[in-house]
Design a protein around this ligand. Structure first.
Ligand code: AGP
Length: 364
């Protein structure tokens, strides 16, 4: 496909900058202020069906899997339904137990990823209910699913996914709100989340204004041979996605780890040549994250924090606008897309078509 680059040098850059608009699209027409919930007619799930769900299992690959991990946390937090995400590629090979009370959700930008499609087909053969959270309208996974929602990110050309990731996270927030409001999520909390969602486009635009600062930081880290990304609970899937982004587009080795697991092994790696990116939201885990940064500093590790306020322990901080705690992961991913982009640019990489990768993996 070829679309106008709109003055950008790469599709990745263009797509990063389309995110405020894209998020506006995924929200449009779906918010119901009267009942502090959302309309998601395409789910084909009435309130009784929604209440009968005992567990949610989310399946996807790569970036879509990471969006699913963020989605699982949102569903647990807002709807209090046990939820988890798993790579579709693993799920389909382990003869998983298919449970009739579980709601399965397949996530895919292209809607054509073979491992996801095969997992959906296997689930349906076993009588499960499968929803699709998909970007490409009319794609194979969208057609195969029993219902679902489009994420309306618009065409994504760069092999490396950015705007679709963000929109998929927002789609999950809508789904979590919807499921929550058929259960115990109060009107007040419903309102709070809706207000948070409405703030996102302006906050994304505000975030993107810091591009020059992120570019300078990228220049400082571009000669690293490896980078560590850490986060805790809401921050952990953000760390995982940021690490994937950096690997894919800059070819720098990166590893993501829960900050809480540092002391169980990876602390041995810390030295000045291994920079750490720490995801530090201003939530109830702030002090714990500060303690992790202190451990790293004590071993002369360099730290770049992505946080809601300057972090004393870090060498540099990228300050992200604060939203509701549950929605924080959405905004925290964005400067890390810029970091991966500018690192790759500094290294002269083929940004829109990284070596060895295809936009969608439609074969086994
Ligand atoms: C994204 O940056 C990657 N290129 C890749 O991990 C991708 O997310 C994965 O292949 C799944 O693709 P899909 O969302 O189209 O199913």
């Amino acid at each position: 496909a070829s679309y106008d680059m709109g003055g950008h040098d790469t599709y990745m850059h263009k797509e990063i900058h389309e995110q405020a608009e894209a998020v506006d699209r995924v929200l449009r027409g779906r918010i119901d202020d009267r009942f502090s919930t959302v309309h998601l007619g395409g789910l084909n799930l009435d309130a009784r069906d929604a209440r009968a769900v005992r567990r949610v299992k989310i399946l996807g690959c790569g970036t879509s899997y990471h969006a699913g991990q963020i989605g699982a946390q949102m569903i647990e937090e807002l709807a209090r339904i046990p939820a988890d995400a798993e790579p579709a590629s693993e799920f389909r090979y382990r003869n998983a137990v298919v449970d009739p009370d579980t709601l399965y959700i397949a996530v895919s930008q292209s809607g054509e990823t073979y491992d996801v499609l095969a997992a959906v087909q296997e689930l349906k053969r076993k009588g499960a209910r499968v929803l699709g959270i998909v970007n490409v309208v009319g794609s194979a996974i969208a057609r195969e699913a029993d219902g679902g929602m489009y994420v309306h990110a618009g065409p994504e050309v760069c092999v490396v996914s950015t705007k679709c990731f963000t929109n998929t996270c927002v789609a999950f927030a809508l789904l979590a709100l919807h499921l929550g409001r058929t259960r115990d999520l109060s009107v007040r909390d419903g309102k709070r989340i809706i207000e948070g969602l409405r703030k996102l486009p302006a906050q994304i635009a505000e975030m993107l204004e810091q591009e020059e600062d992120v570019k300078k930081l990228a220049a400082q880290y571009a000669d690293a041979r490896s980078m560590l990304f850490i986060g805790r609970v809401r921050g952990y899937p953000v760390a995982r996605e940021a690490s994937l982004k950096l690997k894919e587009v800059s070819y720098i080795h990166a590893e993501a780890y829960p900050a809480s697991e540092l002391k169980h092994g990876p602390l041995a790696l810390i030295e000045p040549a291994l920079p750490t990116v720490a995801i530090v939201p201003d939530d109830d885990l702030l002090e714990k994250n500060r303690a992790a940064m202190e451990e790293i500093k004590a071993r002369s590790g360099q730290i770049l924090a992505v946080a809601h306020q300057e972090q004393e322990k870090a060498d540099h901080t990228i300050v992200v606008p604060k939203n509701e705690d549950e929605l924080d992961p959405i905004l925290m991913g964005i400067p890390l897309q810029l970091l991966a982009y500018h690192t790759a640019l500094a290294l002269g990489r083929d940004i829109d078509k990284p070596r060895n990768l295809a936009k969608s993996v439609t074969v086994e």
